[in-house]
Design a protein around this ligand. Structure first.
Ligand code: GDP
Length: 444
């Protein structure tokens, strides 16, 4: 989810990185890109506008800590603002009321309301040991009532028996009575939807709300809802005062702007996300996690701080040039190992680098830890200059000689050479522009 937005911001900040100072024009350039990225991520225009203003207000004139560049400061501000807009903490469904606690599910037809109703019931039953009753108020679509019944059976939760000809308000009353008499902890009411917002739907939903006094009113919204998300959330909130939002089909959405839009427009928390059609495909919504994913760039500020401490500008230039050419020999590897050692190991370095999920996976196989650095540096030190420049020369007898020289097993030499080949391949990809991040980071 949110991949395209995160990629986009990643590129923007690559541009910002590596500059000594950031003036107002730089901030504006970055904001233009952030604006475009957010719009492409389907965040509603008005939310984008407000968000960008907020970032600008905080970015310009901000006290820049000496150890970071203003560019990194902007990254941090954007991250903090995203978390702020998405909400500070995960908000679970609130069941703090006299039983039976009623949850009213509202939203458009096809948003995933019925599915989500059953998912929530399953979760409350399995995780919180609650006795749950489900009732469908969708009298216009008998199939919808039947669907809820089937899903209820599937997750092992009771549904209110269907009585033909009843209106939604009557069903809501009957459900409340049944939940009380049956000793249920929670009653979840699945309401009718429409393909779009209309007054009749709103009036009906409001009436159901007034007779059922729900403790939670959850608006179910498809994550693919683009610019309409704000209107949708606002309309429902105005009429039935929602207590939270459930965003569905997060599994299928690469943009995810709806989350930002709805949260910003209503101030109501996104409580849960649907991540698939299966009954257990329901997860808590974690704002900071989502903001991290939106940015997808890890802890840039501390990375650049460390890099600035340990990598001289000259080294960085050299490395950037090499990377651009796509060449990476064993001398380069030794240089990298020495730098990484200073910077707290591969794990630390990788986890801080932007957009390196892919790379990290490749590196995991290499299994580098800090003690290994020293041995590897020693191994490379036992090679001749020619061998370092051209690893293909390293035949069996040369490997044996080097192993003896460095005091290690031949298998370690083999491992190092394999690892170097993997890194060289990766560097080639980076140089081709797949992820300009590395070159940019080392002084591009
Ligand atoms: P309703 O009309 O709002 O009650 O929508 P439904 O609950 O009938 O859902 C419509 C379709 O969306 C069904 O095929 C569901 O399986 C599917 N669906 C619901 N939630 C999710 C989700 O989180 N991810 C995916 N991929 N599909 C979902």
């Amino acid at each position: 989810m949110f991949e395209s937005l995160s990629d986009r911001l990643g590129k923007i900040f690559d541009g910002l990185r590596g500059r000594g100072a950031l003036n107002e024009a730089d901030v504006d350039a970055a904001l233009r890109e952030i604006r475009r990225a957010l719009i492409e991520a389907d965040v509603s225009l008005e939310v984008v506008r407000a968000f960008v203003e907020q970032v600008r207000d905080r970015a310009i004139g901000v006290e820049v800590t000496r150890s970071v560049t203003p560019g990194q400061q902007v990254v941090k501000i954007v991250h903090d603002e995203l978390v702020g807009v998405l909400g500070e903490a995960a908000t679970p469904i609130d069941l703090n009321a006299a039983a039976p606690v009623t949850i009213l599910m509202v939203g458009l037809q096809g948003s995933g309301k019925t599915t989500t109703t059953a998912k929530i019931a399953k979760r409350l039953k399995d995780k919180q040991k609650k006795k749950v009753l489900l009732a469908s108020l969708d009298t216009r679509r008998p199939a919808a009532m039947e669907q809820l019944k089937v899903l209820g059976e599937q997750v092992g939760v009771d549904t209110l028996p269907i009585v033909a000809g009843e209106d939604p308000v009557t069903i809501a009353r009957r459900a409340a009575r049944e939940a009380r008499l049956g000793g249920f902890d929670v009653l979840i009411l699945d309401t009718a939807g429409r393909t779009h917002i209309d007054e009749e739907l709103m009036a009906e939903t409001a009436e159901i709300k007034s007779v059922s006094s729900p403790h939670e009113v959850l608006l179910v919204v498809d994550a693919l809802t683009g610019q309409d998300a704000v209107n949708l959330a606002r309309s429902f909130d105005a009429r039935v005062d929602i207590t939270g939002i459930v965003m569905t089909r997060v599994d299928g959405d690469g943009r995810g702007g709806a989350a930002l839009s709805m949260r910003a427009a209503t101030g109501k928390p996104i409580k849960l996300i649907g991540v698939g059609e299966k009954m257990d495909a329901l997860e808590d919504f974690h704002p900071s996690r989502i903001a991290d994913r939106i940015l997808g760039m890890g802890d840039i500020v501390s990375l650049v701080e460390k890099a600035a401490e340990h990598v001289s500008a000259e080294d960085a230039q050299k490395m950037a040039k090499k990377l651009k050419k796509g060449s990476f020999d064993l001398d380069d590897l030794r240089g990298q190992l020495q730098q990484m050692k200073k910077m707290g190991g591969m794990g630390g370095l990788m986890s801080m680098m932007p957009g390196v999920g892919q790379m990290k996976k490749a590196m995991a196989g290499a299994n580098i830890d800090e003690k290994v650095f020293d041995r590897q540096i020693a191994i490379i030190g036992s090679m001749t200059k020619k061998e370092r420049a051209d690893p293909d020369l390293l035949n069996a007898s040369r490997r044996k000689r080097i192993a003896a020289g460095a005091g290690v097993e031949v298998s370690e030499i083999n491992k190092l050479i394999k690892q170097h080949r993997q890194m060289a391949d990766m560097m080639k990809k980076v140089a081709k522009g797949g992820m300009g991040s590395l070159a940019g980071m080392f002084g591009g």
